[in-house]
Design a protein around this ligand. Structure first.
Ligand SMILES: Cc1cc2nc3c(=O)[nH]c(=O)nc-3n(C[C@H](O)[C@H](O)[C@H](O)COP(=O)(O)OP(=O)(O)OC[C@H]3O[C@@H](n4cnc5c(N)ncnc54)[C@H](O)[C@@H]3O)c2cc1C
Length: 397
């Protein structure tokens, strides 16, 4: 791998900042915190209308002539302003999977509309009784002519309350080994029989439980072969773990370091003068750098035509565990000030929280990072088995 960084995005930074100055409503961050919804429909629709979502995609499927470098710089600038684009992350992941495995009819029906920002797709894999062991899904899909009838429930269907479609993993065959009887479908969330209920998490994010009762999905919206869902999932999971965003603005560690240069220390100086504080911050900066390089490696593998499966697992494992270390260390460093909480959108909160409560929030939201997208234990198994060649830790099947 070539570690010399391209400065190709540098030429887009000013345009990206100007774009965000003009279009990003400063109230959106407050709204995101208040609702726990990591997706802004207005922003998403705007990005679609302006061709930014379609940058770099094939013209035959709605790709635009917007420079992909500009689009990436805009996405990074949006991230640097504290906004999440989870609805686009999952839509992009599924759209790429559709291009790889679906029929031409499904590609044309979905991908151009997704790139115009008219379709937002979320992931419906996890169920109340199956998460890591995703192949144990019990949701049933039974064929009825040109349609499928879907029954069951999904857990943690994040962003479903502001999305148009859900990528559903369902059991279509109960007579074969569990991973051989699965099929993926793209179901409309406004279809009769779909119910979305909120689930609020410790970190403030809202996710959902979703319920499906005799929901009809046209066979044209089956993604991949009947009973071929396991292969489709493998493609989709590679895209999930391979989409780590590149860093945009200053990191939390850099922000805390800047704060510590002014925060009073024990002996009349500033906190940053303490060598122990400097060492902790340096360790966290190294963690961040390793995360950044692993994410770059994922991109590099993907951009040179490879499937960054193991690299994605390595990056996800490291960066999510680093996020938890960071939350704990920075909380220690801020001391009791780290308990001051900002309650966005409520008019309440502790007041005077350093860095607008960013450390308190980072600590609270870190635990989920090693759960969603596959837990650390599962990522370790993937690396152990596929990269290190260690024996399987559980029976196949
Ligand atoms: C905030 C949030 C958002 C999410 N968003 C989505 C979403 O949009 N769509 C979606 O489909 N899912 C989503 N998920 C679900 C997520 O992918 C699952 O929670 C995750 O895969 C773990 O599954 P589980 O919760 O059923 O835990 P389990 O699989 O029951 O795991 C429980 C514990 O056992 C361990 N374990 C399980 N299997 C093994 C093994 N083979 N070896 C060693 N240890 C093991 C796990 O590591 C974990 O510590 C989300 C989860 C959260 C918390």
């Amino acid at each position: 791998m070539d570690f010399v960084e391209s400065d190709s995005l540098a030429q887009f930074r000013t345009a990206a900042r100007e774009w965000a100055d003009e279009h990003v409503d400063p109230g959106w961050v407050e709204l995101e915190h208040a609702t726990g919804t990591h997706h802004n429909p207005d922003l998403h629709a705007l990005l679609g209308r302006q061709g930014l979502l379609g940058a770099g995609w094939p013209a035959a499927y709605g790709g635009t002539d917007v420079d992909p470098g500009l689009a990436l710089a805009v996405f990074q600038e949006i991230g640097a302003r504290g906004l999440r684009m989870d609805g686009w992350v999952t839509t992009e992941m599924v759209a790429r999977t559709i291009l790889a495995v679906a029929t031409e009819e499904a590609r044309q029906a979905i991908v151009p509309a997704a790139l115009r920002g008219e379709v937002v797709i979320v992931l419906g894999y996890t169920e109340p009784g199956s998460g890591s062991d995703v192949a144990a899904a019990r949701m049933r899909a039974v064929r009825d002519g040109d349609e499928w009838v879907v029954n069951g429930s999904k857990m943690f269907t994040s962003t479903a309350h502001v999305a148009t479609h859900v990528f559903l993993l369902a059991r279509t065959n109960t007579e074969v080994a569990k991973h051989r009887g699965l099929t993926l479908f793209l179901a409309r969330l406004d279809a009769p029989g779909v119910e979305v209920q909120p689930v609020h998490t410790l970190g403030g994010q809202r996710t959902n439980a979703t319920f499906y009762s005799d929901v009809r999905v046209p066979d044209a919206m089956r993604i991949g072969d009947v009973d071929g869902g396991w292969g489709v999932m493998r493609v989709a999971l590679v895209h999930e773990r391979g989409t780590a965003p590149a860093p945009g603005g200053p990191t939390l560690v850099q922000r805390v370091a800047a704060w510590a240069r002014h925060a009073p220390g024990d002996d009349g100086g500033v906190l940053f003068d303490d060598p122990a504080v400097q060492e902790e911050l340096a360790r966290l900066a190294v963690d961040d750098e390793v995360s950044r390089l692993l994410a770059l490696k994922v991109r590099w593998v993907a951009s040179t035509g490879g499937m960054p499966g193991i690299e994605g697992s390595m990056a996800k494992l490291w960066s999510s565990e680093a996020e938890q270390r960071r939350g704990a260390v920075l909380t220690d460093l801020l001391g009791e000030q780290a308990l001051l909480r900002v309650e966005h959108g409520t008019g309440r909160g502790s007041g005077g929280a350093p860095l607008d409560g960013a450390v308190e929030w980072a600590y609270r939201k870190a635990p989920v990072s090693t759960i969603y997208g596959g837990t650390s234990e599962v990522q370790r198994e993937i690396v152990a088995e596929r990269r290190l060649g260690l024996p399987r830790s559980r029976p196949a099947g």
